[in-house]
Design a protein around this ligand. Structure first.
Ligand code: SF4
Ligand code: SF4
Length: 296
């Protein structure tokens, strides 16, 4: 039965034929029969010509004399428990869809395999926008899919903020100000924001003055809220209506005098800002598109 797992290093083979002799001595093959062969080939031209030796073995013996007799270590039997795995060049994990730098095959101990693709340097993850943690079913606030850098080490994060670190990020085509993967998922009990307007999409506004009611608060980490409006369905710029640092629970957010607002579609933007989580500024935003038509 053939035995797999031998490696042959052609750079190390010097063509001494020790392996050929060892095989013949072990197996007593007739003069013209060689189970072990070393193919010779000449390459290049004088004065740069060289001979290439390629040992060809039958892989028959478990404890092969051809390998044992090799004085240069050109034939080596791979120890048990070694496996090949394709890994991402930059991270050393199994490649994800965002693997950088290409892939290559590396050998690993069978009980120390590379990390799975989900631990690649770049990960796509849904982030809970209020806490900055990985979103989960336990948290009901708004969340967004983000590409994050899977770097947890504090010193590595600091280095990425230095000139050298930024240069490296540039060289890898990564953003200079990366979003780092959060340490954990959002859990029940983590504070969540409440942000709501009593207006709804498509609502027709016919009064010259309206009271905008709603909620803007959080169980923890609340800093301030801000209400803006802009013209059209996706405004290019925003005009401030109100900005306050006191939380509102089902109360008046603003009395809006529309005398200066022309008829037509208007979008309201409500932003709730928090600064409590690891120094990272988090904000949740809600939009409502209404139609102003004070003459209808
Ligand atoms: S494994 Fe090596 S020593 Fe054994 S029969 Fe094959 S070539 Fe000869
Ligand atoms: S494989 Fe080893 S023993 Fe065989 S010819 Fe090459 S150097 Fe010599």
């Amino acid at each position: 039965m053939a035995r797999w797992g031998f490696t042959v290093d052609l750079e190390r083979c010097v063509g001494c034929m020790g392996c050929v002799i060892a095989c013949k001595a072990e197996n007593g093959t007739p003069p013209s029969i060689h189970w072990m062969k070393v193919v010779e080939k000449e390459e290049g031209e004088y004065p740069y010509a060289k001979r290439i030796f390629t040992p060809l073995r039958c892989n028959h013996c478990a404890d092969a004399p051809c390998a044992r007799s090799c004085p240069t270590g050109a034939i080596v039997k791979r120890p048990d428990g070694i496996v090949d795995r394709v890994v991402c060049k930059l991270s050393g994990t199994e490649p994800s869809n965002w693997c950088k730098g290409g892939e290559y095959t590396e050998i690993f101990a069978a009980d120390q395999l590379p990390l799975p693709p989900g631990q690649d340097l770049i990960r796509r993850m849904r982030i809970d926008l209020w806490t900055g943690l990985q979103a989960s079913d336990a948290c009901t606030g708004p969340s967004e899919e983000e590409l994050v850098l899977n770097v947890n080490d504090e010193w590595a994060r600091k280095w990425l903020g230095t000139g050298d670190g930024r240069e490296w990020l540039d060289s890898q085509g990564l953003p200079r100000d990366p979003y780092f993967a959060p340490e954990r998922e959002c859990r029940a009990g983590d504070p969540q924001p409440v942000i709501a307007l009593d207006l709804h999409d498509g609502q027709l506004i016919t009064q010259p003055v309206i009271e905008i009611r709603g909620s803007a608060y959080a169980e923890e980490g609340f800093r301030r809220w801000r209400l803006d409006y802009g013209f059209g369905g996706s405004p290019d710029s925003w005009i401030g209506l109100a900005e306050r640092s006191d939380p509102i629970q089902s109360g008046t957010l603003h009395i809006w005098n529309l005398s200066e607002v022309p008829n037509g579609p208007v979008t309201l933007r409500m932003t709730l800002v928090d600064i409590a989580w690891g120094g990272v500024l988090c904000a949740v935003v809600t939009y409502v598109a209404v139609l102003v038509d004070r003459w209808s």
